[in-house]
Design a protein around this ligand. Sequence first.
Ligand SMILES: [Zn+2]
Ligand SMILES: [Zn+2]
Length: 230
Amino acid sequence: MSVPFSYYDFIEACAEPGCPVCTLLQRDARRFLDSLLYEYVNSPSTHAAFRASRALCKTHNGQLTQFGEQVLGIAILQAAALDEVLNIIAANPAQPQSGLSRWLSGGSKNGPSVLADRLEPEQPCMVCQSLDEAEKRYLQTINDHLADARFEGAFRSSAGLCLPHFRSALRQLADPAALERLVAIQIGIWQKLKAELDSFIVQHDYRYAGKPMGAERDSWQRAISSLAGK
Ligand SMILES: [Zn+2]
Ligand SMILES: [Zn+2]
């Protein structure tokens, strides 16, 4: 079997703190936004997507603020989404209908809630859509290469998958041997983390005050990331 780029990407990501799939997806999100702002700001399909999804989701629209040198592109795309919002408001009066017109239309919904429905995104954030596909590819890479000694060694010494990506892996991995191996490695990683948390908690007892801590020092931070993703 030929080795895809994602094989090496995954091994590299295993050396980073936190879930390797989260690490790769964060990198992909940065690359997606970078390329969007450099190359696709004036593309009609980008504008159509920004209108339909009312800009990006909260996370990714917020992430645009990290691309401060591309303010013009950011402004152009936000203007398209805001123009769409204003068009929808203009076409759907928020004023409650009068009793007579509500009776004539036979509708039970009032103006504001119809307007609220129309303002909902018609399609998901384009970055989220792209990351959903990337996540499937990374999980497929685990499925295909976990029997490889180098790949397995890298994963074993990583922070393991976060709980959301572990759940996705349980649902997606088709090879029973890969699945069994993944679960065994993940249990080992979480047992070690749990032991470090227990040690951290004990050492915070007043009788241990002032004692230096070892690897468990930041276990609470790693646990947050491991349970919720990065
Ligand atoms: Zn993750
Ligand atoms: Zn998003």
